[in-house]
Design a protein around this ligand. Structure first.
Ligand code: SAH
Length: 400
């Protein structure tokens, strides 16, 4: 069997149940030549003294050379394990996620499937959408798909393995049906009483930002009678929540015309008065400045930008961008107004994000109150051993 032996002392992170093994930790790899070149082969991981540490999926081309399947010496990596874990992941969501039919069923490492994302839209008649981001889950694709169908009763599975992280694993970018029907152009979901159209085949991620569900609900609860500005609105997730919550007006900005078209469609799907909603195809950085120059102000502002820092070396530049939009956001906010501000950069911790926002508030001369610290929904859990899983963080601020 393929065996990875670590250098002395390099077993520490595995003993803390951290699931990634980097090339610098590896002393030697032994096995048949065909195993040593096989992406996704299961490897036994041992310490320098020969102690069992884990079974892991080997990825010869990746900087994450192996990802742990199991720390239990008695747990073989087989079809039964795949089934068991799929079942567990789904049971947890069925128990903990309410008021939606857009659910993340599997969230990578947190569910014992390193590099796998599975979202479920629109129930049994809808679609399961999978993203295989690592060689390990790629190698077990067929049994994973089989288990998903068996556990959900949904026969339609679509693959959106078009995320660039695949390239770092040496895997090609692919999309297409894995089972059942191709998704239609528009899949309708209902989240907290709001209907949204999702474009599974070409939308961002798997079509929808499922992770912001609870935060959209929070905006819904505080939107009544307010003038709302939603920056980086995509298909209007927060905008529709604000309209549902009784916002007086909602201005939504995004640089993607396709996303805005779905946003408008969402207004129609919910029967809201289109006069309450404006959709601006524009750059947020420029538009925020223009609004400030025009002396405009709002009662509730959402800032949910794309990932500004894709890796640790981009943190400094990203911090400046976050500070910039938050500074102007606070300036555009009326007294008594609310700012919901987010970062989905894994390289920026919740702590650092709060410091950046504090810097923005300081420059804006606002003693902003932190009403809440915000996170992704419960279907995107973070585990104690894998804090890297926390990518989305946010703050709900009040301008006194
Ligand atoms: N809040 C959304 C998700 C936002 S994703 C939701 O809940 O669904 C980030 C969005 O920012 C994308 O739609 C992208 O098109 C947009 N975007 C990226 N850079 C931008 C820029 N400089 N100006 C305006 N929009 C931008």
């Amino acid at each position: 069997m393929l065996t990875i032996t670590l250098k002395p002392g390099k077993e520490k992170s595995l003993l803390r149940r951290h699931p990634w093994i980097f090339p610098t930790a590896i002393d030697r790899i032994e096995g048949k030549p065909e195993e040593k070149n096989k992406p996704g082969a299961t490897a036994l991981v041992r310490s320098a003294t020969g102690q069992f540490l884990a079974r892991a999926a080997f990825s010869p081309k990746s900087q994450i050379r192996a990802r742990v399947w199991s720390f239990d010496e008695n747990e073989p990596i087989d079809h039964a394990l795949i089934k068991r874990r799929v079942k567990k992941a789904i049971a947890y969501r069925m128990q903990s996620v309410r008021d939606t039919d857009a659910i993340r069923l599997i969230f990578g490492e947190a569910d014992g499937f390193p590099g796998l994302v599975v979202d479920w839209y629109a129930g049994k008649q809808g679609h399961l959408v999978c993203q295989f981001q690592s060689a390990g889950v790629e190698a077990w694709k067929a049994p994973i798909v089989q288990a998903l169908i068996a556990e959900t009763g949904c026969p339609n599975v679509y693959e959106r393995s078009d995320a660039s992280v695949r390239e770092r694993e040496g895997l090609p970018l692919v999309t297409g049906a894995l089972a059942g029907n191709e998704p239609p152009e528009e899949t309708l979901v209902t989240e907290n009483g709001v209907r949204y159209a999702v474009d599974i085949k070409t939308g961002h991620k798997t079509g929808f930002y499922i992770d912001q569900r609870d935060n959209r609900r929070l905006v819904m609860e505080h939107a009544e009678g307010r003038d709302v500005l939603n920056c980086f609105c995509y298909t209007g997730g927060f905008s529709l929540a604000a309209l549902k919550g009784g916002a007086k007006s909602v201005v939504s900005i995004d640089s993607s015309g396709e996303a805005l078209a779905i946003g408008k469609r969402n207004v129609e799907l919910n029967g809201f008065d289109p006069a309450r909603a404006e959709w601006w195809d524009a750059d947020v950085f420029k538009t925020l400045r223009a609004l400030r120059e025009q002396g405009k102000s709002f009662d509730l502002i959402v800032l949910d930008p794309p990932k500004f820092a894709a890796s640790p070396d981009q943190v400094e530049r990203a911090a400046r961008a976050y500070k910039d939009i938050n500074l102007i956001g606070l300036q555009l906010l009326r007294e008594g107004g609310l700012l919901y501000t987010y970062s989905c950069s894994g390289a920026i911790s919740a702590d650092l994000f709060q410091k950046i926002v504090a810097g923005a508030a300081n420059d804006a001369k606002v003693d902003a109150r932190i009403l809440r610290r915000l996170h992704a929904g419960v279907d995107h859990p973070m585990t104690t051993s894998f804090p890297e899983g926390e990518y989305l963080k946010g703050l709900m601020l009040h301008k006194p």
